[in-house]
Structure formats: structure tokens, C-alpha cells
Design a protein around this ligand. Structure first.
Ligand SMILES: [Zn+2]
Length: 305
């Protein structure tokens, strides 16, 4: 049994995952984003571990896997999540190992997109593929790589971070310091922002990618163009990756994928014009299968493999 922890800006989840990748027990608490100190944020992690340890199966736990919002540094065991201001170079691995219930057991750390990649490769849409790119398209765009059958995280754990490769040379400045980043064109935030800038009128409850998707389904030309533009940017990024490392499959998950074929249909179409070399043309595009459990199953995969 593996204890899995999934740390995001909104919630901190925990689960017990067996060696087959089945999630047996799940707990969740809100992240104290407004907390004054790093220790206060970590107190929620400690509570989640205590919740898990109350389960009788905890006695079979031999290792712990942690997936966290990034950036992470798996070499140092630290995290600096953009959405959790109190944690900068926070020594998450050492703190989790020091919890009385964990008692020094091995703790593996990964970024959330790499964890999702590990989960989809183990139990989801990338299963059986030796070379995969898995993307999380939500308020940002994260991604991870499987190469030669193994998750490739890189020295600090951030390899495959496709959201911050440039797909538009003269594009908008990005908070990362670069410009024309894929995330600035394909995230849910970018889809809604571009649609508004082009004259789309959002509903009263806000300009979200889900609302743009509703308008696109109703035939709104700007909303359809917003998804087409995002799909085109994703296609350029995926094609570049396929050309760089030779991919068998691209798997897409995250909240924006609730739009389904509104995004996937133009993505496959644009991929045909960007992934043109013979060794890239067979690339399959699939929707992720594990949904919100991917973070926990992936954290367990990182601990096990
Ligand atoms: Zn960027």
C-alpha cells in the first residue's frame, strides 16, 4: 500500500493506493492559502496524513508519494507552488518524512503534471504506450513526458513543462518572463480572456472556458474561434514535442477538456498541418481517463516506480 498526497492551491487530498493502482480511501481538506506561515499550510498536510493513518490499512503503508503544484525541485525535495505564497523552497519531503505516522519511510515527490502523466501511463489513456506527452489544460497548462516506457521528470522534476514553450515569437509577455507561451493561448483563462477581447459577451456568472464552450456549442463564431485558436497552439506545442522526442500518444486532461471534441476535433485537424514528418504522423490524441483521481494515483506511481 502506498500513501498518496496531492497538493494544490485549492485543496490537499490524500489516498491509499494499492500496488495495482487502485485508490481505496480518499480524504480531502481545503488548502489554507491565506495562512500566514509555511507551517500553517503544512498543518493541513499533517491533518490529511492523520486522516489516512486512522484507516486500518495504514499499517500496510511502506512508502509515500507526493504530487504538488509547482515549481518543484525533486533533487532538493522542495516546492514553491505559484498558488501557495507561504511556501518558497519549502522542504516538503523532509517535513512529510518527519511526521510521526510516516516515521522516516521513503517519500517520493513530483510536480502535479508529472504525477498526472505517471497516473495516465500506469492506469489511464497512455497505458501501453512507450512514448507519451500528457497535458493538463486548466487555469494553466502543465505537462509531463514518458520516454522509453518511463516517466522522464528531469533533474528538478519539471521536464516537459509545455505550458511555457513559445508558440508565438512576438506573443504576449508571460509572467514566467518569456513571451508567446503556449499557456497564454491555450489555458482556460486564455480562452475566456481572448473571447472577451474579441467581443464575446460572458454570462452573469463570469467569463470562464466552460461558458465559452457553452456559447461555442450554440454556434457562437467568436467562441468557436477561441477554441480553435487554443487547439492550434496546443497542436504546435505537441507537434514540436513529437518532432523532438518521437511520441506515440498525446493525452489531454484538466478542466478545459470538459469541452471534449470542441477542443479535440480542431486539435487533431491542426496537428495534421504541424506534425508533418513521417515519424510524427501516427501520433494519437486521447482524452485523459482518470479525472481528479490522477493526482493521487500518479503520486503513488512516482513512489512505486
Ligand atoms: Zn511562460
Amino acid at each position: 500500500m502506498i500513501a498518496a498526497i496531492d497538493i494544490g492551491g485549492t485543496k490537499i487530498a490524500g489516498g491509499l493506493v494499492d500496488a495495482d493502482g487502485t485508490l481505496h480511501h480518499r480524504v480531502e481538506r481545503p488548502t489554507r492559502r491565506q495562512a500566514a506561515g509555511a507551517g500553517e499550510v503544512f498543518a493541513t498536510v499533517a491533518e490529511v496524513v492523520a486522516d489516512l493513518a486512522a484507516d486500518p490499512r495504514w499499517t500496510r503503508v511502506e512508502r509515500v508519494g507526493v504530487g504538488s503544484a509547482g515549481p518543484v525541485d525533486i533533487g532538493k525535495g522542495t516546492v514553491s507552488p505559484v498558488n501557495i505564497a507561504a511556501w518558497r523552497d519549502f522542504p516538503l519531503v523532509a517535513e512529510v518524512r518527519a511526521l510521526p505516522q510516516v516515521a522516516g519511510a521513503p517519500v517520493a515527490l513530483g510536480g502535479d503534471a508529472v504525477a498526472m502523466t505517471a497516473a495516465e501511463h500506469w492506469r489511464g489513456a497512455a497505458r501501453g504506450f512507450a512514448n507519451a506527452l500528457c497535458l493538463v489544460v486548466s487555469t494553466g497548462v502543465g505537462a509531463g513526458l514518458v520516454l522509453d516506457g518511463r516517466v522522464y521528470a528531469g533533474p528538478t522534476g519539471n521536464a516537459g513543462h509545455l505550458g511555457h514553450i513559445t508558440v508565438d515569437l512576438d506573443g504576449e509577455p508571460c509572467p514566467c518572463g518569456s513571451r508567446g507561451c503556449l499557456e497564454r493561448m491555450a489555458s482556460g483563462t486564455a480562452i475566456a480572456g481572448w473571447a472577451v477581447a474579441q467581443g464575446w459577451r460572458p454570462p452573469a456568472d463570469g467569463a470562464t472556458a466552460a461558458a465559452v464552450a457553452d456559447s461555442a456549442r450554440a454556434g457562437d463564431a467568436v467562441a468557436l474561434a477561441a477554441f480553435d485558436r487554443a487547439a492550434r497552439a496546443l497542436a504546435a506545442g505537441i507537434a514540436a514535442t513529437a518532432t523532438l522526442v518521437e511520441l506515440d500518444v498525446a493525452v489531454l486532461g484538466g478542466g478545459v477538456l470538459r469541452a471534449g471534441e470542441l477542443l479535440l476535433e480542431p486539435l487533431r485537424r491542426h496537428l495534421r498541418s504541424y506534425a508533418t514528418l513521417p515519424f510524427t504522423r501516427h501520433l494519437a490524441v486521447r482524452a485523459a481517463e482518470l479525472g481528479t483521481d490522477a493526482g493521487l494515483i500518479g503520486a503513488a506511481a512516482l513512489a512505486l516506480h
